[in-house]
Design a protein around this ligand. Structure first.
Ligand SMILES: [Zn+2]
Length: 336
C-alpha cells in the first residue's frame, strides 16, 4: 500500500479513545509482516482488555524508536482527498504520522538499517494510558521520536502551566461602618497586586513566563463589606516552578489562600543540527514516557490548528516529506 492509500485506510478505521482494538490489529498485521520479512520482532502489549499497544523492532533492541498514538478524538470522520490534502479524523493527529513512520521503517529496513523500532500507543487523547504502560516496560531505547503535528518542524520545547485559585475571606458589615467588618475584596486586591509584582523568569528557548488573572469575583452588594472574594490565575511556565510557587505563597501571605489546581511542567526536547525548529504549546505523551524510552524528540506532518476540528487534514506534500525526515533522524541517532 502506498503512503496516501495507507493514511486513508488508517483514517477509515475508527479508533476514538477506548476503541483502539481494530486499528491496533491493522497496525499489528502491518508490522508483523515487516518483522517476518526483515527478521524483526512484533508484539501487542496489553494495556487494558481490548486495548493493546503495538511494538515492533529489528535488531537486539530498538535504540531509536519512532512512536505516536493510535487513538483519535470524536467524532469519526471518513477520509477523502483532493490534490493538496488528505482529510478526515486523524489525518494529521495521527494516522498520517503513523503511515509516514511505517513507510520510513520499510525504507530503512530495505536499506539494511537495524536497531530501531516502532511503538504505537493507545489513549493519548484521554490519559496517556498506553504511554504510561510502555514507560513501565522500557526496551533499551535511547531516543524516542514522538509524532504529533508540528508542520515537520522539530519542536524544541513547550511551555508548561501552573493554575491557582486565590481565595480571601472577611467579615460582613454595613458599608457605612467599615471598621466593624473586614473586606475580602480589599484583601484579594492586595494579594493580586502582590502577585502581579512577581518577577517571573524567562528562558532562552521558551521565552518569558507569563501570568494571567483570568477570573475575579466576590462581594454581595455595594453597601455590604465583602465576606468572600476569589480569583483564578494561570501562569505559563518556562522552567522549574519552585521559585514561582514560593513567590505566590509569599505574595498572598496574610491576605488570601492560594490553592494550586494544576501543574503541567515545561518541557525541553532533543534537537538535531540542520533542522527547522519550533516551540509548541500543547501537551503530548512525552511527559508520560518520563524518559523511559530515551531522549524525546517531537516532530510530525500537519498542523495542530486543524487537529481536533471538523476540518482536520494533512498536506500530502508534508506527509511525503515526513518519510524522509523520519528516516534521516533514525539514521543520525543510530550513529550516536
Ligand atoms: Zn495527537
Amino acid at each position: 500500500m502506498q503512503l496516501f492509500e495507507l493514511t486513508r485506510a488508517l483514517v477509515d478505521t475508527e479508533s476514538i479513545t477506548g476503541n483502539e482494538e481494530r486499528v491496533g490489529l491493522q497496525l499489528f498485521d502491518y508490522v508483523a509482516a515487516l518483522a517476518a520479512r526483515y527478521g524483526g520482532h512484533a508484539e501487542r502489549p496489553e494495556v487494558e482488555p481490548h486495548r493493546h499497544n503495538v511494538l515492533a523492532y529489528w535488531g537486539d533492541r530498538p535504540a531509536v524508536t519512532l512512536s505516536t498514538h493510535m487513538d483519535t478524538v470524536p467524532p469519526f470522520i471518513a477520509s477523502r482527498e483532493d490534490g493538496e490534502f488528505i482529510w478526515g479524523r486523524g489525518a494529521c493527529d495521527t494516522k498520517g504520522i503513523i503511515a509516514a513512520m511505517l513507510k520510513a521503517a520499510e525504507g530503512l529496513l530495505e536499506a539494511g538499517a537495524r536497531g530501531f523500532g516502532l511503538l504505537f500507543v493507545v489513549g493519548e487523547e484521554r490519559n496517556s494510558a498506553g504511554a504510561y504502560h510502555a514507560a513501565a516496560q522500557p526496551r533499551g531505547s535511547r531516543y524516542l521520536i514522538n509524532g504529533e503535528p508540528t508542520e515537520n518542524k522539530l519542536a524544541l520545547g513547550s511551555k508548561g502551566a501552573l493554575r491557582y485559585e486565590i481565595a480571601a475571606s472577611g467579615r460582613m458589615a454595613h458599608s457605612a461602618y467599615p471598621e466593624l467588618g473586614e473586606s475580602a475584596v480589599d484583601k484579594l486586591l492586595d494579594a493580586l497586586a502582590a502577585i502581579r509584582r512577581i518577577a517571573l523568569p524567562a528562558d532562552d528557548l521558551l521565552g518569558p513566563s507569563t501570568l494571567n488573572i483570568g477570573v475575579i469575583k466576590g462581594g454581595r452588594a455595594p453597601n455590604i463589606i465583602a465576606d468572600q472574594a476569589a480569583a483564578e490565575v494561570m501562569i505559563r511556565l518556562v522552567g522549574d516552578s519552585a521559585a514561582t510557587r514560593d513567590a505566590i505563597t509569599r505574595a498572598v501571605s496574610g491576605k488570601a489562600e492560594a490553592r494550586e489546581v494544576l501543574e503541567i511542567p515545561a518541557l525541553r526536547l532533543g534537537s538535531l543540527p540542520g533542522m527547522e525548529t519550533t516551540v509548541v504549546a500543547y501537551t503530548t505523551d512525552i511527559p508520560a514516557f518520563g524518559g523511559a524510552w530515551g531522549t524525546p524528540f517531537l516532530i510530525g506532518p500537519g498542523s495542530i490548528h486543524v487537529a481536533h476540528t471538523l476540518e482536520e487534514r494533512v498536506p500530502k506534500r508534508q506527509l511525503a516529506d515526513a518519510v524522509g525526515i523520519y528516516q534521516n533522524m533514525v539514521r543520525q541517532l543510530l550513529k550516536d
